[in-house]
Design a protein around this ligand. Sequence first.
Ligand code: PA5
Length: 444
Amino acid sequence: MLDVKTFHMDSFIPMPYEEALSPRLKLAQDKLQNGSGQGGEFTGWVHLPRNYDQAEYARIKAAAAKIRKNSKALVVIGIGGSYLGARGVVECLQSPNYNLKKKDTPNLYFVGNALSSDAMGEVMDLIDGVDFSVNVISKSGTTTEPAVAFRFFRNLLEERYGREGARERIFATTDRLKGALKSLADSEGWETFVVPDDIGGRYSVLTAVGLLPIAVSGVDIDALMRGAASMMDQCAVPGYECPAWRYAAARYQLYRDGRAVEILGCFDPAFRMMAEWWKQLFGESEGKEGKGLFPASVEFTADLHSMGQYIQQGKRLMFETIVRFGSSARQLNVPEDAEDGDGLNFLAGRSMDFIRDKATEGTLLAHTEGGVPNLIVEAGERNAETLGQLIYFFEYACGLSGYLLDVNPFDQPGVEAYKKNMFALLGKPGYEAQKSELEAKLQK
Ligand code: PA5
């Protein structure tokens, strides 16, 4: 079972903070469980792993099977919470090289998460002559990046398969009732899946938003949900037995003690996109009203040869949270070399996991001695069930953390600022007044 540990925390925070924080965590817990805190109307994810639409879940599996049968590629269109979780899970459990592997499941291409003509054009080239389907995901149904990308890929589908044929290949995941995507889907007869009203984008990976692309890749979504449900049960009981309490308390105490940055690190490169998901989760949930830890991420050991220098000796503003996985699925041992020209025979016969674990321990000691506190999340073996636990654990800890900071962990008002400017500068109807004002500022 997932566990959270602190590493030599007493050299940074000598006082026992857990007991003092307990009443505040209990309040935060009640707010999450009852939906009675700020943004409480967006706490549907709290009970989701045991309380989801079974009929829709069955449709997700059926749609995934259909896509696997008639497509060699699935283009997943979405941004932020509408793509990071799915990509994170697929890369973590299947591989960051998923598309390059020999397999009987479709390639997944994630688009609509940028405004790069080259990046999108490349995916168009990659699916040229390949049977494909599209899963367009947008809760609001109006986000510019995915909406623009969808125009291109819908055109491609309709050119290739005709409007009727395209209908069999477009899957829209959006609001139950409102938004441009929902209206389009209804009028065109595309199959739709729902982003529940009470679940915001960054908490939606265990809804159709994440589950459909994840299921298409062949990940066992039953196991993912089972893991999340077991963590949900653990988190429902208030107290420090709950790992989310331990994590939320430690990181909050470090924040109060002056730490401004939390770096999430993992010694497995497959975790890179899960760390991106985590950054969005915590960054959008906590970073408001001038508060919050800045979430950053590193991939070890690669980043020990770049960011490691700053972590060890740069400005002392961060702490680290290390996600540790157990044994690798594949065991590789260092080969013996009779000549030992590289002097590595002291490692001959040792497993890569052994070397990784020693590197982890060495890094924990070095960074701690360099003045960087470390928290450890022991995640167990890397599989669908443990990843389901980890996802729910981070979501719950994030909700608790937001309430400890006294912010609304479920809104993202700051995201609107760039959008308004972009719409005005692009000449979107309704933004005429701001356009000339912004253009004048750009000239200064
Ligand atoms: O967490 C969030 O709410 C955001 O990151 C959204 O997921 C993102 O902006 C995409 O929004 P939408 O799904 O409405 O297109």
